[in-house]
Design a binder for this molecule. Structure first.
Ligand SMILES: C[S@@+](CC[C@H](N)C(=O)[O-])C[C@H]1O[C@@H](n2cnc3c(N)ncnc32)[C@H](O)[C@@H]1O
Length: 422
């Protein structure tokens, strides 16, 4: 499993250097690895990011002086294996860390790594700090925002869920596959408890035939739900204004049975490529991409859409479990202004009697309910509409819902459905 540790280390080094989520770095190194090794590399990389502050806190008890950044990465990776993974023999974790240090730093650093890890092993189990921020490795500003909104008990549950291993959630492409056959075919696949056509699997799926052949796509149940409750039907004219990498556009196109018109827009040209490649893989033909800033007007679209999806840029604090790096970026206080501007612009494209669906993958009130309430105050021609939440989901009736991480077997997410008066 040395290959898995090297792959995880390469991704962690890339994350430290670029500050970017190591998924792309990880994906490159995972290519050609067997499924088990790829799954371990992913777990190691996620696990270190999910517990980085706690690992540093523990390691600080055994390290004196400043460390070379790469040596710190190696120590975190080994400490994560020693403290969190029962199935890895401690000697394998320590020996591999020493070997990596010899290769990437020098012999003296390798001796230090050996000493630190052996001392840490002797001191195990290490005490968990009471402080929520350290204990769950979420920086203080985020913990403060959660505490103010949810109180201590719910905040702790969210932080804990953020550090669980994420499942891979798949949606079935009804143009090419069916759920019953995929449940048989995909290792460890299980049906989602309340969302039809939604499966969970463990580990990466990109190498499976089902994925390559476009019979499934990766999308959380909450993100899918936003489209499912929108009322999108075959033959409609639909606009997805913040569409990349394309998940909601794909769900919309498939709900339309690939009949009608679907405009998928984004502000970043390279992200439009992702949508086009995904649509091709899934066999979707109705999707048309447009490079468009969602806060700027397109006169030709005024009152022209049956449904507009506004899945706006947000702080992403509902999907920390899947993207553990998000916690290390302080959520911008300027996002609500952009979200309000996008929503106001998109409202103009909804035909009388049509639907505007607002969604985010954050759980912060200031980006969710506050934006939706402000929109209703300033747009008397729109009303909130009860959404058809699926039976068994446990979601209370209403036009809007904040799904908290893990509470309904979904990511953290916000959905609000508005209808324009006829
Ligand atoms: C939450 S993501 C959308 C996810 C997508 N709807 C999906 O389901 O796969 C937000 C997207 O908005 C795009 N974006 C950011 N600012 C924008 C703007 N002013 N206009 C249009 N798109 C924007 C980002 O590039 C990003 O792709």
């Amino acid at each position: 499993m040395a290959g898995a540790r090297d792959a995880a280390l390469r991704a962690l080094i890339a994350f430290r250097r670029d500050g970017a989520w190591p998924e792309s770095a990880l994906k490159d190194t995972l290519r050609g690895m067997d499924r088990r090794e790829a799954a371990l590399a992913t777990r190691l990389c996620n696990g270190v990011l999910q517990n980085r502050m706690l690992l540093d806190h523990w390691l600080s008890g055994f390290v004196r002086g400043k460390l070379q950044p790469v040596v710190r990465d190696i120590l975190r990776l080994a400490a994560y294996q020693l403290c969190f993974l029962d199935r890895i023999p401690p000697s394998a974790a320590v020996n591999e860390a020493v070997e990596q240090t010899r290769r990437l730093a020098n012999q003296q650093a390798a001796r230090l790594v050996n000493g630190v890890l052996r001392n840490l092993l002797r001191a195990m189990p290490l005490p968990l700090p009471d402080d929520l921020s350290l204990r769950y490795s979420h920086p203080e500003p985020i913990v403060r925002l959660f505490l103010a909104q949810f109180g201590r008990e719910e905040t702790e549950r969210i932080l804990q869920t953020d550090n669980e291993a994420p499942q891979t959630v798949l949606q079935v492409n009804p143009l090419r596959g069916n759920a019953a056959a995929l449940l048989e075919e995909l290792p460890g696949a299980q049906a989602h408890p309340w969302l039809r056509g939604c499966l969970t699997v463990s580990g990466p799926v990109e190498q499976t035939a089902a994925f390559r052949e476009g019979r499934v796509y990766v999308q959380d149940a909450a993100a899918h739900l936003a489209v499912a409750v929108s009322g999108i039907e075959p033959g409609m004219r639909v606009l997805d204004c913040c569409a990349a990498p394309g998940g909601k556009s794909f769900a919309a196109a498939l709900q339309m049975q690939d009949r009608g018109t679907l405009y998928s827009c984004d502000i970043h040209p390279h992200r439009l490529d992702l949508i086009e490649r995904g649509a091709e893989r899934l066999g979707i033909s109705i999707l048309e991409t447009h490079l468009q800033d969602a806060s700027q007007p397109v006169p030709a679209w005024r009152s022209a859409m049956d449904v507009v999806l506004a899945d706006v840029p947000c702080s992403g604090l509902g999907v920390i479990r899947k993207k553990p790096d998000i916690r290390y970026h302080e959520p911008s206080a300027e996002l609500p202004a952009l979200q309000r501007a996008i929503l106001a612009q998109q409202a103009e494209y909804v035909r009388p009697g049509g639907v505007l669906l607002y969604s985010t993958c954050t759980i912060l009130r200031r980006e969710n309910e506050a934006v939706a309430e402000d929109f209703l105050r300033t747009h008397p021609d729109f009303v909130p509409e009860n959404a058809p939440w699926p039976e068994g989901s446990g979601i209370a009736p209403g036009a809007m819902v904040t799904l908290l991480p893990g509470q309904h077997e979904t990511d953290g997410f916000f959905i609000c459905k508005f209808r324009r008066k006829p």
